[in-house]
Design a protein around this ligand. Structure first.
Ligand code: PLP
Length: 407
């Protein structure tokens, strides 16, 4: 029989967070081995449950006719109105309910925003390192991902000169992930304004992923990029997965703001794609309304004495105590992106490195190239496991690296 082969469109698509190393970990678990997972930002799985108010409301809503039904393609009015209020709190002006789209997580909306925009060969500027969905979906939409560098020496800030250098006549959009996954960097207004100026000059859309905008340490404050200009088109993404620890509810939103007058055709495309998938899951939409109604409990977790605050400090100290490991301390989000000194650890293939760490020490990390980082000298850890598990896991990484350096 003729083999059934996958589409050529997948040739450039990768998502190593759930890639082959995770497959290996699953096999090992099936064989009864216990793996410590530092690979994925699945918040609730680490005992960080969603606020009770949201869970109770979900239980209350589930038997209702509304929850069982389809909604308008963009979503129910009340949760979209709640998102409008949220944009007002973040000083984004001119947003109406019509500009808000609810989705099955931000992921679905990210795909929608790029599918509606790109023709074959159009280029999208995406940070390196990035959250790899952005690169994958750009390719799947027929576009070409072009990575601009973030500078580790400058606390992983985007290199705006590199963005400028990489603009061509095919560039359509700039992606900004702030707070950033995988680096945990929070961008100051000055950097955001510099990127906006580039977008303004070259008439580019700015796609802003702000899914960690409340997961901030050390009293830091987040600035929504779309609040800084109204003469550039912004599409801003957010949701309940991280700040509200409800990633399984698959509840996200996307807001179109700024220079909308010249984007009527694009917006028509977004509306078309929203209607093709009928609507986002309705119980998740209802949870958005409740969450944005004011429950802000993430603040307790990210405080210096809160669980995430303590785990960030602990993981950073333990990692940077390992010889040859340096790491910019994250100001936000749930991740660290440490660097392994190539002189001590001459890694050729960082996926192989992740396999070996898994096989020898039963710790699962994601290799840096999985985030479109160009060199095999970084990896990402999540600091969601409790302090005992983090200490155990990073101790194992230290032991593995000690042997690795002697090879
Ligand atoms: N954007 C970033 C930067 C993420 O880290 C993630 C998930 O890890 C997502 C988007 C996807 O979020 P959602 O669960 O809302 O689809």
């Amino acid at each position: 029989m003729k083999p059934i082969v996958k589409s050529g469109k997948l040739a450039s698509v990768a998502y190593d967070i759930r890639g082959p190393v995770l497959e290996k970990a699953r096999q090992m678990e099936d064989e009864g081995q216990k793996i410590i997972k530092l690979n994925i930002g699945n918040v609730a799985a680490f005992g960080l449950e969603p606020p009770d108010e949201i869970v109770q409301d979900m239980i209350r809503n589930l038997p209702s006719q509304v929850a069982a039904g389809y909604t308008d393609s963009k979503g129910l009015f009340a949760p979209r109105k709640a998102v409008v209020h949220y944009t007002q709190e973040k000083n984004i002006t001119g947003v109406t309910v019509d500009d808000v789209y609810l989705g099955n997580g931000a992921s679905e909306l990210i795909a929608m925003s790029l599918n509606a925009l790109l023709n074959n060969g159009d280029e999208v500027l995406i940070p390196a390192p990035d959250y790899p969905l952005w690169t994958a979906v750009t390719g799947l939409s027929g576009g070409t991902p072009v990575h601009y560098m973030c500078d580790e020496q400058a606390d992983w800030m985007p290199d705006v000169a590199d963005i400028k250098r990489k603009i061509t006549s095919n560039t359509r959009a700039i992606v900004v992930i702030n707070p950033n996954n995988p680096t945990g960097t929070l961008y100051p207004e000055s950097v955001l304004l510099d990127i906006i100026e580039v977008a303004r000059q070259h008439q580019l859309i700015v796609l802003v992923d702000e899914i960690y905008d409340k997961t901030l340490y050390d009293g830091n404050v987040h600035t929504s990029m779309a609040s800084l200009a109204d003469d550039v088109l912004f599409v801003t993404f957010n949701g309940l997965s991280k700040n509200y620890r409800a990633c399984g509810y698959r509840a996200g939103w996307m807001v179109v703001s700024g220079e909308k007058r010249h984007a009527k055709d694009y917006i028509e495309g977004l509306n078309m794609l929203a209607s093709l998938r009928l609507c986002a899951n309705t119980p998740g939409q209802l949870a958005i309304q409740t969450a944005l109604g004011g429950y802000q409990s993430i603040k307790d977790l990210v405080a210096p004495t809160g669980r995430l605050g303590r785990q960030r400090d602990l993981a950073h100290k333990l990692l940077t105590d390992i010889p040859g490991v340096t790491c910019v301390k994250p100001k936000a989000a749930l991740y660290m992106f440490p660097r392994l000194d190539p002189k001590m650890y001459p890694i050729q293939d960082d996926q192989q490195f992740a396999y070996e760490l898994l096989a020898e020490e039963k710790v699962l990390i994601v290799q840096g190239t999985g985030f479109n980082w160009t060199q095999p000298d970084h990896f990402r850890v999540v600091f969601l496991p409790n302090s005992d598990d983090l200490t155990d896991a990073i101790g194992r990484i230290a032991r593995f690296l000690h042997h690795y350096a002697k090879r």
